[in-house]
Design a protein around this ligand. Sequence first.
Ligand code: PLP
Length: 395
Amino acid sequence: MSRICGTEQPLVFRDSKNTASIPLLQDPIVNLDHGDPMMYESYWKEVSDKYGVSTAIPGFQCLSYFANAKGLCWFLEPKLEEEIKRLHNNVGNALVRDCHVVVGTGSSQLILAALYALCDSLNEPHPIDVVSAFPYYSSYPEMIEFVKSGLFKWSGDARGFDDKDGRPYIEIVTSPNNPDGLVREAVVNGQGGMLVHDLAYYWPQYTAVTSPAHHDIMLFTASKCTGHAGSRIGWALVKDEKVARKMVKFIEINTIGVSKEAQLRVANILEIVSLSCQRHKPRELENFFEHSRNLLAKRWRKLREAVENTDIFTIPKFPRRYCTYARDFTEPYPAFAWIKSKEGTDCEKLLRGQCKTMTRSGERFGSDIEYARISMLSKDEEFEMFVRRLAAIKM
Ligand SMILES: Cc1ncc(COP(=O)(O)O)c(C=O)c1O
């Protein structure tokens, strides 16, 4: 846990009439730095209590490395593949027809698998440039630079990228985007471009599902779809068989497959989410996406009110769009708030000092210190504590 910056002014909590001043020094630090999806815990607690969702696996099962010896992705549990396809068909956010499903240990593993698969067969003398429009997900540069691959290298903001007469490059398109929640398309559009679409947040609780995505490589993750980050299950929908096979090879060499227990647990969870979306679902089973969307809508409303109370911060507004899943115009409620503080101030430092809240500095996303990313997916108590403190900031 990082230290609270000693140079900040002391924390003071004022009531609505600005009279009482209660020092907050004993109050806990709120950590909204990571996108840890604990918001979903209450839904799953209720569902687990009612439906006894458990994936107790007897000791004699799941011993083999193999799950599907004849399939392209030999370690993918058939039940998980079935539930992934069913859920996409129910939600209408991706075309699964003609796609190969590759499972990974989180979509983090699949990002590197996809980069390897796209670059390996090119036999380029130099590492291929990987770009993403800023502000970009902070893990892309971190994971790409960390592996020091000879096949690809991080080349930063896609907007300033020169595709040099058709030389190959990879653009990662994150839509809706982490950190700013905006819907995005590729920006370079050069001849040599290969695209990886990271659609971790293309689910109806966060954004309007406007049409089924059908890109060459699409990445999804249980971490953001259902909140099961701890299971470490992500999946890729891949059109090209050769690329899919190379991704499978990467995972084979890297981790010899993906935990079967985790796959079966997520299959079970996805099955319940699909069931909750059915018109003839059990009455007590609340629609997962509606429930999650309502929770996020409440949080965004509270955050907007708190921000309006200060004249220090601003947060983006989003256009309403028609959601084919909700069959209505809906407002986006992103998993992160991309907050900006007044010109020349360090937003992350301000929130750390004044609200005792850890957030992630804009600098980590290729932006500047006036911005910070705040997770909207924490537990209720933490979120409430944060907005109370934010509304009470006086400078
Ligand atoms: C855009 C995006 N892609 C991928 C990931 C990685 O998710 P995981 O490895 O948990 O599946 C995250 C996690 O925050 C993310 O925000």
